[in-house]
Design a protein around this ligand. Structure first.
Ligand SMILES: NC(=O)c1ccc[n+]([C@@H]2O[C@H](COP(=O)([O-])OP(=O)(O)OC[C@H]3O[C@@H](n4cnc5c(N)ncnc54)[C@H](O)[C@@H]3O)[C@@H](O)[C@H]2O)c1
Length: 247
């Protein structure tokens, strides 16, 4: 596959870094962005600013001549029930997770619609189907799922594909998961996670492989779908292992 020009948000670590790693390994030109440029490889762009988002996308098109793919991966994930979540926290979650993805998609789509091609992958969550103690985050991810489906409909006849990837199963070592857990990566991995059918937690690069597939011509006929890179997030996750069963 020849190299695509792709923007990945939230690229400084966690799942975003895994997505960037896979895409670069496959020969794509990847512009990784994050809130602040933390190294030469990551371009600063605060998704809460329409000005910064529009400037980033315009810069990519100037530098590379086109934008083939966008991966809306950045998010924040404070925990809490509705009664525990104050306005500042609610606003932050919606501003980054929903409005940030919206702003990025809007800037990218203006270019992609003109070209009549492009692919957007939004990183959703099993929480988007409702999970305990994640009221605002879950609501934001449900909005991301709906935004994906709406964009898939709106830009179907422009030849633009929009899909959602859910990193599932727990046990993914990343900023959000470790921030919620409050311990080390080793302690987090020692917890009993549902993991995946591979009998191990999902890795950021597993998410990257699926994102790369959805961006590629191999997925030329696929739009408006959700792929769960864990297992069965849409059905509440896998069942606990029966006593004495399996590996
Ligand atoms: N980790 C999991 O188990 C898990 C499960 C389901 C879904 N997800 C989703 O996967 C994606 C990646 O999460 P992660 O776990 O790797 O988290 P992470 O915290 O490691 O990465 C998120 C990145 O987003 C960036 N970001 C935050 N606010 C920003 C802003 N205003 N502008 C630009 N960038 C900003 C952060 O700096 C960070 O680098 C998120 O969309 C998350 O909701 C993660």
């Amino acid at each position: 596959m020849s190299g695509l020009v792709v923007v990945v948000t939230g690229a400084a670590g966690g799942i975003g870094a895994g997505i960037v790693e896979v895409l670069r390994h496959q020969g794509h030109v990847v512009v990784g962005t994050d809130q602040e440029s933390q190294e030469s490889e990551v371009v600063g762009c605060d998704l809460r600013s329409t000005e910064q988002v529009d400037a980033l996308v315009a810069g990519v098109i100037t530098d590379h001549g086109r934008l083939d793919g966008l991966v809306n991966n950045a998010a924040v994930g404070p925990l809490g029930t509705v009664t525990e979540t104050d306005d500042d926290t609610l606003d932050q979650i919606i501003d980054v997770n929903v409005k940030g993805a919206f702003r990025m998609a809007r800037a990218a789509l203006r270019h992609m619609v003109t070209r009549g091609e492009g692919s957007i992958v939004n990183i959703g969550s099993g929480a988007g189907h409702g999970k305990p103690n994640m009221a605002a985050y879950a609501a934001s991810k449900a909005a991301v799922h709906a935004l994906s489906a709406s964009m898939a409909y709106d830009h179907f006849h422009h030849g633009i594909r929009v899909n959602t990837v859910i990193p599932g199963g727990g046990g993914i070592v990343s900023g959000i998961s470790l921030g919620r857990f409050g311990g080390t990566a080793d302690d987090y991995l020692a917890l009993p996670h549902a993991g995946s059918v591979a009998d191990r937690p999902v890795q950021p690069t597993d998410v990257g492989e699926t994102v790369a597939f959805l961006l590629s011509p191999a997925a030329a006929t696929i739009s408006g779908t959700i792929i769960d890179v864990g297992c069965m997030a849409n059905q509440g996750g896998p069942l606990p292992r029966p006593a004495g069963a399996g590996k």
